[in-house]
Design a protein around this ligand. Sequence first.
Ligand SMILES: [Mn+2]
Length: 364
Amino acid sequence: MVARLPTSSLFRASLARPSGSTTGKLLSRAGARSYQISAKPSEEKGKSSPLYKYKFLKEPATVGIVGCPFSGGQKRAGVDLAPNKLIEAGLVDQLSSLGWNVHYESQQSYIDIPYNPIPTSSPSAPSKTEGTVETQQDRGEVVQRLPDPDIGLMKKPRLVSAVNEKVAKQVGEIAEKGWLPLTLGGDHSLAMGTVAGTKSKYPDACLIWVDAHADINTPLTTESGNLHGCPVSFLLGLEGCDVAPFNEWLSPCLKPEEIVYIGLRDIDDGEKKILRENGIKAYTMHHVDKYGIGKVVEMALDYVNPNREKPVHLSFDVDALDPTVAPSTGTPVRGGLTFREGHYITEALAETGCLVSVDIMRIS
Ligand SMILES: [Mn+2]
Protein backbone atom coordinates (compact mmCIF):
# COMPACT_ATOMS: atom_id res chain seq x y z
CA MET A 1 0.00 0.00 0.00
CA VAL A 2 2.87 2.33 0.60
CA ALA A 3 3.99 1.19 -2.79
CA ARG A 4 1.94 3.64 -4.81
CA LEU A 5 2.50 6.76 -2.79
CA PRO A 6 4.22 9.52 -4.70
CA THR A 7 7.70 9.34 -3.27
CA SER A 8 8.28 13.01 -3.91
CA SER A 9 6.02 13.89 -1.01
CA LEU A 10 6.92 10.88 1.10
CA PHE A 11 10.64 11.43 1.17
CA ARG A 12 10.91 15.18 0.83
CA ALA A 13 9.20 16.61 3.81
CA SER A 14 10.16 20.08 2.68
CA LEU A 15 7.41 19.88 0.05
CA ALA A 16 4.78 20.06 2.77
CA ARG A 17 1.72 22.10 1.98
CA PRO A 18 -1.23 22.96 4.22
CA SER A 19 -3.63 20.08 4.74
CA GLY A 20 -6.23 20.30 1.99
CA SER A 21 -7.98 17.02 2.64
CA THR A 22 -11.00 16.49 0.42
CA THR A 23 -11.86 13.05 1.68
CA GLY A 24 -10.42 13.34 5.14
CA LYS A 25 -12.02 14.99 8.08
CA LEU A 26 -9.99 17.14 10.40
CA LEU A 27 -11.47 16.32 13.76
CA SER A 28 -9.42 18.60 15.90
CA ARG A 29 -6.28 20.62 15.77
CA ALA A 30 -4.91 21.79 19.06
CA GLY A 31 -1.78 23.73 18.23
CA ALA A 32 0.60 23.21 15.33
CA ARG A 33 1.73 19.74 16.37
CA SER A 34 -1.56 18.00 17.03
CA TYR A 35 -3.93 16.29 14.62
CA GLN A 36 -6.73 13.77 14.59
CA ILE A 37 -7.88 12.82 11.13
CA SER A 38 -10.00 10.06 9.70
CA ALA A 39 -10.81 9.38 6.07
CA LYS A 40 -12.67 6.85 3.97
CA PRO A 41 -11.88 5.61 0.48
CA SER A 42 -12.94 8.14 -2.10
CA GLU A 43 -15.93 6.71 -4.02
CA GLU A 44 -15.68 9.19 -6.85
CA LYS A 45 -12.15 8.04 -7.53
CA GLY A 46 -13.66 4.58 -7.98
CA LYS A 47 -11.40 2.72 -5.61
CA SER A 48 -13.14 1.22 -2.62
CA SER A 49 -10.48 -1.31 -1.63
CA PRO A 50 -6.71 -1.65 -1.98
CA LEU A 51 -5.10 -3.37 -4.95
CA TYR A 52 -4.03 -6.42 -2.94
CA LYS A 53 -5.80 -8.64 -0.43
CA TYR A 54 -4.16 -8.54 2.99
CA LYS A 55 -4.35 -11.99 4.61
CA PHE A 56 -4.05 -10.91 8.20
CA LEU A 57 -6.03 -7.65 8.18
CA LYS A 58 -9.75 -7.22 8.71
CA GLU A 59 -12.11 -5.82 6.04
CA PRO A 60 -12.50 -3.04 5.24
CA ALA A 61 -8.75 -2.46 4.92
CA THR A 62 -7.81 0.20 7.44
CA VAL A 63 -4.56 2.00 8.20
CA GLY A 64 -3.92 3.34 11.68
CA ILE A 65 -1.22 5.98 11.32
CA VAL A 66 1.00 6.44 14.36
CA GLY A 67 2.83 9.76 14.20
CA CYS A 68 5.98 9.73 16.32
CA PRO A 69 7.55 13.19 16.46
CA PHE A 70 10.60 11.89 18.26
CA SER A 71 14.32 12.57 17.86
CA GLY A 72 15.65 11.44 21.25
CA GLY A 73 17.44 8.35 19.93
CA GLN A 74 20.09 10.55 18.30
CA LYS A 75 21.42 14.09 18.40
CA ARG A 76 20.09 15.87 15.32
CA ALA A 77 16.82 17.76 15.41
CA GLY A 78 14.41 17.72 12.48
CA VAL A 79 13.43 14.09 12.33
CA ASP A 80 10.64 14.81 14.82
CA LEU A 81 8.91 17.15 12.35
CA ALA A 82 8.36 14.44 9.74
CA PRO A 83 5.01 12.92 10.81
CA ASN A 84 3.01 16.09 10.60
CA LYS A 85 4.86 17.23 7.48
CA LEU A 86 3.89 13.99 5.77
CA ILE A 87 0.27 14.46 6.79
CA GLU A 88 0.35 18.04 5.59
CA ALA A 89 1.81 16.83 2.30
CA GLY A 90 -1.36 14.78 1.74
CA LEU A 91 -0.55 11.27 3.00
CA VAL A 92 -4.07 10.64 4.34
CA ASP A 93 -5.65 11.56 1.01
CA GLN A 94 -3.17 9.44 -0.89
CA LEU A 95 -3.91 6.39 1.24
CA SER A 96 -7.68 6.82 1.05
CA SER A 97 -7.49 7.25 -2.73
CA LEU A 98 -5.78 3.83 -2.80
CA GLY A 99 -8.83 2.32 -1.14
CA TRP A 100 -7.83 2.40 2.53
CA ASN A 101 -9.77 3.67 5.48
CA VAL A 102 -7.37 5.90 7.37
CA HIS A 103 -7.13 6.93 10.99
CA TYR A 104 -4.42 9.23 12.23
CA GLU A 105 -3.69 10.53 15.64
CA SER A 106 -0.48 12.43 16.12
CA GLN A 107 1.38 11.13 19.17
CA GLN A 108 1.40 14.36 21.11
CA SER A 109 1.24 12.54 24.39
CA TYR A 110 5.03 12.36 24.49
CA ILE A 111 4.65 15.74 26.10
CA ASP A 112 3.41 13.87 29.14
CA ILE A 113 6.66 11.92 29.43
CA PRO A 114 8.77 13.74 31.98
CA TYR A 115 12.19 13.22 30.37
CA ASN A 116 12.76 16.10 27.97
CA PRO A 117 10.05 14.96 25.59
CA ILE A 118 9.41 18.20 23.74
CA PRO A 119 10.64 17.83 20.15
CA THR A 120 13.85 19.77 19.80
CA SER A 121 12.75 21.14 16.42
CA SER A 122 9.56 22.54 17.86
CA PRO A 123 9.34 26.33 17.90
CA SER A 124 7.96 26.04 21.42
CA ALA A 125 10.79 23.82 22.65
CA PRO A 126 12.43 25.26 25.69
CA SER A 127 16.07 26.21 25.25
CA LYS A 128 17.25 23.88 27.94
CA THR A 129 15.44 21.02 29.59
CA GLU A 130 18.11 18.42 30.09
CA GLY A 131 19.86 17.84 33.34
CA THR A 132 17.64 20.08 35.37
CA VAL A 133 14.35 19.62 37.13
CA GLU A 134 11.88 22.16 35.87
CA THR A 135 8.29 22.50 34.88
CA GLN A 136 6.86 23.17 31.45
CA GLN A 137 3.55 24.75 30.74
CA ASP A 138 2.07 23.08 27.68
CA ARG A 139 -1.55 22.77 26.66
CA GLY A 140 -2.42 24.16 30.05
CA GLU A 141 -0.74 21.25 31.83
CA VAL A 142 2.19 21.52 34.14
CA VAL A 143 4.62 18.72 33.42
CA GLN A 144 7.48 17.94 35.71
CA ARG A 145 10.74 17.69 33.74
CA LEU A 146 13.24 15.20 35.08
CA PRO A 147 16.91 14.73 34.22
CA ASP A 148 17.86 11.74 32.09
CA PRO A 149 21.56 11.12 32.67
CA ASP A 150 23.41 8.45 30.68
CA ILE A 151 23.19 4.86 31.85
CA GLY A 152 26.48 3.21 30.93
CA LEU A 153 27.05 4.32 27.34
CA MET A 154 23.35 4.89 26.60
CA LYS A 155 22.15 8.45 25.98
CA LYS A 156 18.62 9.50 27.01
CA PRO A 157 17.73 5.95 28.07
CA ARG A 158 14.66 6.82 30.14
CA LEU A 159 13.18 9.00 27.44
CA VAL A 160 13.78 6.48 24.64
CA SER A 161 12.40 3.69 26.79
CA ALA A 162 9.28 5.59 27.87
CA VAL A 163 8.45 6.73 24.32
CA ASN A 164 8.94 3.23 22.94
CA GLU A 165 6.75 1.72 25.61
CA LYS A 166 3.96 4.04 24.44
CA VAL A 167 4.60 3.26 20.78
CA ALA A 168 4.52 -0.48 21.47
CA LYS A 169 1.16 -0.10 23.16
CA GLN A 170 -0.30 2.05 20.41
CA VAL A 171 0.96 -0.16 17.56
CA GLY A 172 -0.26 -3.24 19.45
CA GLU A 173 -3.73 -1.75 19.87
CA ILE A 174 -4.01 -0.87 16.18
CA ALA A 175 -2.81 -4.34 15.16
CA GLU A 176 -5.29 -5.87 17.60
CA LYS A 177 -8.15 -4.20 15.69
CA GLY A 178 -7.04 -5.93 12.52
CA TRP A 179 -5.76 -2.65 11.07
CA LEU A 180 -2.35 -1.95 9.58
CA PRO A 181 -0.24 0.27 11.85
CA LEU A 182 1.78 2.73 9.76
CA THR A 183 4.31 4.40 12.04
CA LEU A 184 5.88 7.64 10.88
CA GLY A 185 9.16 8.41 12.64
CA GLY A 186 10.98 9.88 14.20
CA ASP A 187 14.34 8.24 14.57
CA HIS A 188 14.82 4.51 14.22
CA SER A 189 15.06 3.80 17.94
CA LEU A 190 11.25 3.76 17.64
CA ALA A 191 11.39 0.35 16.01
CA MET A 192 11.85 -1.18 19.45
CA GLY A 193 8.29 -0.09 20.10
CA THR A 194 6.81 -0.76 16.68
CA VAL A 195 8.18 -4.28 16.37
CA ALA A 196 7.31 -5.13 19.97
CA GLY A 197 3.76 -3.87 19.28
CA THR A 198 3.46 -5.94 16.10
CA LYS A 199 4.83 -9.02 17.85
CA SER A 200 2.26 -8.69 20.65
CA LYS A 201 -0.47 -9.38 18.07
CA TYR A 202 1.54 -11.57 15.66
CA PRO A 203 4.20 -13.52 17.60
CA ASP A 204 5.39 -15.27 14.41
CA ALA A 205 5.79 -12.05 12.38
CA CYS A 206 9.03 -11.66 10.47
CA LEU A 207 10.89 -8.39 10.06
CA ILE A 208 12.24 -6.88 6.85
CA TRP A 209 14.63 -4.06 7.73
CA VAL A 210 15.47 -1.72 4.86
CA ASP A 211 18.32 0.56 5.89
CA ALA A 212 21.82 1.80 5.10
CA HIS A 213 22.74 0.79 8.66
CA ALA A 214 22.20 -2.38 10.66
CA ASP A 215 21.10 -0.56 13.86
CA ILE A 216 22.32 -3.58 15.82
CA ASN A 217 24.79 -2.08 18.26
CA THR A 218 24.21 -3.00 21.88
CA PRO A 219 24.48 -0.87 25.01
CA LEU A 220 27.94 -2.44 25.36
CA THR A 221 29.19 -1.90 21.79
CA THR A 222 27.70 1.46 20.81
CA GLU A 223 30.36 4.07 20.11
CA SER A 224 28.02 7.07 20.08
CA GLY A 225 25.62 5.97 22.81
CA ASN A 226 22.75 7.02 20.53
CA LEU A 227 20.01 4.45 20.85
CA HIS A 228 18.79 4.83 17.25
CA GLY A 229 21.71 2.52 16.45
CA CYS A 230 20.55 -0.19 18.85
CA PRO A 231 16.87 -1.16 18.33
CA VAL A 232 17.51 -4.54 16.68
CA SER A 233 19.74 -5.77 19.49
CA PHE A 234 17.06 -4.94 22.06
CA LEU A 235 14.44 -6.83 20.04
CA LEU A 236 16.77 -9.83 19.82
CA GLY A 237 17.76 -9.59 23.47
CA LEU A 238 21.50 -9.55 22.80
CA GLU A 239 24.08 -9.31 25.57
CA GLY A 240 23.82 -6.02 27.44
CA CYS A 241 20.19 -5.35 26.47
CA ASP A 242 18.63 -6.79 29.62
CA VAL A 243 18.96 -3.44 31.27
CA ALA A 244 16.68 -0.99 33.06
CA PRO A 245 14.52 0.83 32.18
CA PHE A 246 14.00 -1.16 28.96
CA ASN A 247 13.65 -4.55 30.63
CA GLU A 248 10.73 -3.20 32.65
CA TRP A 249 8.48 -3.45 29.57
CA LEU A 250 10.44 -4.96 26.66
CA SER A 251 11.23 -8.67 26.44
CA PRO A 252 13.22 -10.17 23.58
CA CYS A 253 10.60 -10.91 20.90
CA LEU A 254 12.62 -11.52 17.74
CA LYS A 255 14.71 -14.51 16.72
CA PRO A 256 17.82 -13.99 14.56
CA GLU A 257 16.22 -16.05 11.76
CA GLU A 258 13.14 -13.81 11.74
CA ILE A 259 14.94 -10.70 10.45
CA VAL A 260 16.48 -9.90 7.08
CA TYR A 261 18.20 -6.69 6.00
CA ILE A 262 18.12 -5.01 2.61
CA GLY A 263 20.27 -2.07 1.53
CA LEU A 264 23.11 -2.13 4.09
CA ARG A 265 26.28 -0.22 3.23
CA ASP A 266 27.56 1.40 6.42
CA ILE A 267 28.16 -1.13 9.20
CA ASP A 268 30.41 -0.75 12.25
CA ASP A 269 33.03 -3.46 12.89
CA GLY A 270 31.24 -4.36 16.12
CA GLU A 271 28.00 -4.76 14.20
CA LYS A 272 29.64 -6.99 11.58
CA LYS A 273 30.74 -9.26 14.39
CA ILE A 274 27.24 -9.33 15.89
CA LEU A 275 25.66 -10.10 12.51
CA ARG A 276 28.16 -12.90 11.91
CA GLU A 277 27.93 -14.43 15.36
CA ASN A 278 24.14 -14.50 15.28
CA GLY A 279 23.94 -15.73 11.69
CA ILE A 280 21.74 -12.82 10.63
CA LYS A 281 20.88 -12.59 6.94
CA ALA A 282 21.71 -9.32 5.23
CA TYR A 283 21.46 -8.25 1.59
CA THR A 284 23.77 -5.30 1.14
CA MET A 285 23.91 -2.86 -1.78
CA HIS A 286 26.48 -5.23 -3.26
CA HIS A 287 23.78 -7.90 -3.52
CA VAL A 288 21.31 -5.40 -5.00
CA ASP A 289 23.88 -4.58 -7.68
CA LYS A 290 24.74 -8.22 -8.27
CA TYR A 291 21.27 -9.78 -8.39
CA GLY A 292 18.91 -6.87 -8.96
CA ILE A 293 16.27 -5.74 -6.50
CA GLY A 294 13.63 -8.25 -7.72
CA LYS A 295 15.82 -11.24 -6.91
CA VAL A 296 17.02 -9.73 -3.62
CA VAL A 297 13.47 -9.23 -2.32
CA GLU A 298 12.56 -12.74 -3.42
CA MET A 299 15.60 -14.21 -1.64
CA ALA A 300 14.88 -12.14 1.46
CA LEU A 301 11.29 -13.38 1.56
CA ASP A 302 12.36 -16.97 0.85
CA TYR A 303 14.63 -16.73 3.89
CA VAL A 304 12.23 -15.26 6.49
CA ASN A 305 8.90 -16.29 4.99
CA PRO A 306 9.43 -19.20 2.58
CA ASN A 307 5.75 -20.14 2.25
CA ARG A 308 4.49 -16.55 2.40
CA GLU A 309 2.29 -17.53 5.31
CA LYS A 310 3.81 -15.43 8.07
CA PRO A 311 2.91 -11.83 8.85
CA VAL A 312 5.51 -9.30 7.68
CA HIS A 313 6.62 -6.13 9.46
CA LEU A 314 8.47 -3.70 7.18
CA SER A 315 10.77 -1.19 8.88
CA PHE A 316 11.90 1.25 6.20
CA ASP A 317 14.60 3.76 7.07
CA VAL A 318 14.65 6.33 4.27
CA ASP A 319 18.42 6.51 4.47
CA ALA A 320 18.36 3.17 2.61
CA LEU A 321 17.58 5.30 -0.43
CA ASP A 322 20.37 7.11 -2.18
CA PRO A 323 20.86 10.68 -0.91
CA THR A 324 20.06 11.95 -4.42
CA VAL A 325 16.56 10.47 -3.92
CA ALA A 326 16.09 11.14 -0.20
CA PRO A 327 18.44 13.92 0.93
CA SER A 328 16.31 14.75 3.94
CA THR A 329 17.62 12.26 6.47
CA GLY A 330 19.99 12.30 9.43
CA THR A 331 22.88 10.16 8.21
CA PRO A 332 22.86 9.94 4.40
CA VAL A 333 25.23 7.39 2.86
CA ARG A 334 26.14 7.41 -0.83
CA GLY A 335 25.44 4.44 -3.05
CA GLY A 336 21.90 3.66 -1.95
CA LEU A 337 18.71 2.36 -3.47
CA THR A 338 17.20 4.16 -6.44
CA PHE A 339 13.72 5.66 -6.37
CA ARG A 340 12.32 2.60 -8.16
CA GLU A 341 14.24 0.06 -6.08
CA GLY A 342 12.80 1.59 -2.91
CA HIS A 343 9.30 1.50 -4.35
CA TYR A 344 9.77 -2.01 -5.65
CA ILE A 345 10.49 -3.34 -2.15
CA THR A 346 7.21 -1.94 -0.80
CA GLU A 347 5.26 -3.12 -3.86
CA ALA A 348 6.67 -6.64 -3.69
CA LEU A 349 5.90 -6.92 0.02
CA ALA A 350 2.36 -5.58 -0.48
CA GLU A 351 1.88 -8.13 -3.24
CA THR A 352 2.52 -11.01 -0.80
CA GLY A 353 -0.60 -9.97 1.15
CA CYS A 354 1.38 -10.63 4.32
CA LEU A 355 2.08 -7.05 5.42
CA VAL A 356 0.78 -6.31 8.90
CA SER A 357 2.83 -3.32 10.01
CA VAL A 358 4.97 -0.64 8.35
CA ASP A 359 7.45 1.92 9.70
CA ILE A 360 8.69 4.86 7.65
CA MET A 361 11.57 6.28 9.64
CA ARG A 362 14.12 9.03 9.68
CA ILE A 363 12.72 11.58 7.30
CA SER A 364 13.96 14.92 8.56
MN1 LIG B 1 17.95 2.84 10.71
